[in-house]
Unconditional design. Structure first.
Length: 488
């Protein structure tokens, strides 16, 4: 089937292993192709070579006239100009130079007329450069004219607060308006944009004032710079080097201290202890309620907010002999809990009895889900427990590895993908945790093998002794037989 010449790109053509762009343009009449020479595609290929040759001739003539701007085929259909110009607003040259090389696409068609127009434009721009009268116009900037730098006089008319409202409307076009979506907007978007002054137009000064509210080499600075870039792109403006000059590398996550099983059991008693009499608000929840909440997090590796999505009726029923936990995602307005397709088991079933979990004492059922979850965080902090609620979830993940639960199964229990499990949770496994797993999985197995080998050696030694005794008996019988023959 022959190609349609209207959509055919001659730059992809080749003949006898030679690409068309490696062919000498001056020999365009000699170009051969696989198709019939009368084919429209072959004509398009030869026309492309002819125009390339015409561009070379035009550039040679410009060089003889000391015109530094040259013609360039920006595609097989159009011709542009290439040269060194003063930097566009917001750009910078190599090593801080005020000039840099640009290719200007003016939309000239790649034909003889287009070449003549482009040659005249090249001479015109070269004269402006020589006389230092060159300025970037909307025509020369092309698509970039739609993203003018903030430093120009034509700043956005809308105030930052209005731009943020537009930004939020755009956000909800691609996100579901549920708890997870609200949390994403609040933690990854508006949390950072709040650092901008709200009642002024967006400007370099506004961006700089927001960046100065964060410290260098912190996650706050990194994510603020990341979000400001996205915001400026949405607003259709170019912040230049303002954001990049304040940007900082992404900090490495701080090491988590994953509690051992013994520490988890000890903290179960600590979290139920009353606080000082002055912290009356925190003492409203009974110690048993805090301990029950803590025990559920520790035993089942729940996310803190999932505590309030547990199907308690199914949990305490007498038929639930394996103490499985079912999460109802509707209770948390559609969260990641929906990823679970199985009940969550206690990796240590005896903890269900140890922490008296079937005797439900659910804490603080009033207030928003975020407020109730925050109270758990505060309780951990105020009772001097040396780890956070989420660390109990990491301990649950590591416990699964120690018990040799398959990774896919653990990912299902925890309600995320295998990739998330290996990427996020295994990195918190400390040297001690890895050593414990090594002892339990490798050394224990090796020890078992050694015991089996020793037992086998004992069996072989006993068998060897029996064979020796049998051999001695046979020797005695043989000697008696030989003596009998001799006496005859």
């Amino acid at each position: 089937m022959s190609k349609q010449p209207s959509i055919y790109d001659p730059r992809k053509a080749e003949w006898d292993g030679i690409s068309i762009d490696q062919w000498e343009p001056s020999k365009w009449k000699q170009w051969k192709a696989k198709e019939n020479s009368a084919s429209e595609c072959v004509k398009s290929e030869r026309e492309y070579l002819r125009i390339k040759h015409a561009v070379v001739q035009a550039n040679t003539a410009l060089s003889l006239d000391r015109v530094k701007i040259k013609l360039k085929l920006t595609s097989f259909k159009s011709i542009g100009l290439q040269g060194t110009f003063p930097c566009k607003p917001g750009d910078t040259g190599k090593d801080g130079s005020a000039n840099r090389q640009y290719t200007i696409s003016l939309g000239h068609v790649a034909n003889d007329v287009g070449i003549k127009i482009a040659v005249n434009k090249a001479r015109e721009l070269d004269l402006l450069l020589v006389t230092k009268q060159f300025v970037w116009t909307l025509e020369l900037m092309g698509k970039q004219a739609q993203k003018l730098p903030i430093s120009e006089e034509k700043k956005p008319k809308k105030l930052i607060q209005e731009l943020i409202e537009d930004y939020e409307r755009e956000f909800w076009k691609t996100h579901e308006r549920n708890r997870q979506g609200v949390r994403t907007w609040e933690s990854h978007y508006i949390r950072h944009l709040k650092k901008l002054p709200s009642d002024v137009p967006l400007s370099l000064e506004a961006l700089e004032s927001a960046l100065l509210k964060t410290k260098p080499n912190t996650s706050a600075r990194f994510f603020l710079a990341w979000q400001l870039k996205k915001f400026c792109d949405f607003c259709g403006i170019d912040p230049g080097k303002t954001i990049s000059s304040y940007a900082t590398p992404k900090p490495h996550p701080s090491l988590r201290r994953i509690p051992s099983d013994e520490e988890i059991i000890q903290a179960f008693h600590n979290i139920g202890m009353p606080l000082s009499p002055y912290a009356s608000k925190e003492n409203i929840t009974l110690p048993e309620q805090w301990q029950w909440a803590y025990g559920m997090l520790a035993t089942y590796g729940l996310r803190p907010h999932e505590l309030f999505a547990v199907d308690l009726e199914a949990f305490v029923t007498s038929t639930n002999s394996f103490h499985l936990l079912i999460i109802n995602p509707s209770l948390t307005d559609g969260t990641k809990t929906g990823e679970r397709n199985c009940g969550i088991p206690p990796l240590y079933p005896h903890w269900v009895e140890l922490f008296d979990l079937k005797n439900v004492k659910s804490p603080f059922n009033e207030g928003t889900l975020s407020n109730r979850t925050a109270k758990i965080q505060i309780r951990f902090r105020n009772t001097d427990i040396n780890f956070r609620p989420y660390d109990l979830r990491h301990a649950y993940a590591i416990r699964g590895h120690r018990l040799r639960v398959p990774i896919k199964t653990m990912a299902d229990y925890m309600g995320h993908s295998v990739n998330e499990h290996t990427k996020t949770y295994q990195r918190w496994m400390s040297e001690d945790a890895n050593l414990e797993i090594y002892k339990e999985v490798v050394i224990h197995r090796q020890g078992t093998s050694k015991e089996a080998m020793k037992e086998r050696i004992r069996e072989l030694e006993a068998e060897n002794l029996a064979l020796k005794a049998e051999n001695e008996t046979l020797k005695g019988i043989l000697i008696k037989h030989q003596m009998g023959e001799f006496l005859r």
